[in-house]
Design a protein around this ligand. Structure first.
Ligand SMILES: Cc1cc2nc3c(=O)[nH]c(=O)nc-3n(C[C@H](O)[C@H](O)[C@H](O)COP(=O)(O)O)c2cc1C
Length: 175
């Protein structure tokens, strides 16, 4: 079995496409086929030692799901199921999708909520990412002057994404 599980939530498909790109970069020996979080259980996540989790931000800086107008369930519905589970043997890296021009005060905020829940569950969180190269006012997803995961903006900086993904994946040193 591949050693890295990739799970994502999405409404308009960007976060799924990035999940596929990451899986391709890592290769099938290393990464499993990405799974939509609405079709996953906590046990599915716990079956991997290493996880890469993708989350877009919806609403006004919210976790995506039915209450933010997504067409299907997503991280909003999944996050409460994490409570009480032990992720202390798990390494987790998060990537977040957002729009820094449209939502400059809530840029990739959902990454923060996912990060916090996993932190409470004891996960070893890796993959912090510099804030240089982005223009925004505020983001909850910042710790020690870095984003809590890879920040991607397909609405305004799509051309920078491939380079950002490969730099981030290499920095994780997973393969
Ligand atoms: C209704 C709506 C609300 C959004 N709210 C935010 C937000 O608060 N912060 C942010 O950074 N991006 C926000 N975005 C941008 C999305 O996160 C971005 O377009 C992302 O690429 C969508 O990912 P998906 O295609 O996987 O659903 C919003 C987009 C929409 C359509």
């Amino acid at each position: 079995m591949a050693k890295i599980g990739i799970f994502f939530g999405t409404d308009s498909g960007n976060t799924r496409r990035i999940a596929k790109d990451i899986a391709t970069l890592l290769g099938p020996e290393v990464a499993a086929k990405p799974v939509n979080i609405r079709n996953a259980s906590v046990e599915d996540l716990l079956s991997y030692d290493t996880l890469i989790l993708g989350i877009p931000t919806y609403g006004d800086g919210q976790v995506p799901g039915l209450s933010t107008g997504n067409q299907t369930e997503s991280w909003e519905e999944f996050l409460p199921t994490l409570k009480g589970h032990d992720f202390s043997s798990k390494t987790v890296a998060i990537y977040g999708l957002g729009n820094q021009k449209g939502y400059p005060d809530e840029f990739i905020d959902a990454v923060y909520y996912l990060y916090e829940e996993l932190d409470i569950c004891g996960a070893n969180l890796i993959g912090l990412w510099p804030t240089e190269g982005y223009t925004f006012n505020k983001s909850n997803a910042i710790i020690d002057d870095q984003f809590m995961g890879l920040a991607l903006d397909q609405d305004n900086q799509k051309d920078l994404t491939p380079e950002r993904i490969s730099t981030w994946i290499n920095s994780l040193a997973l393969a």
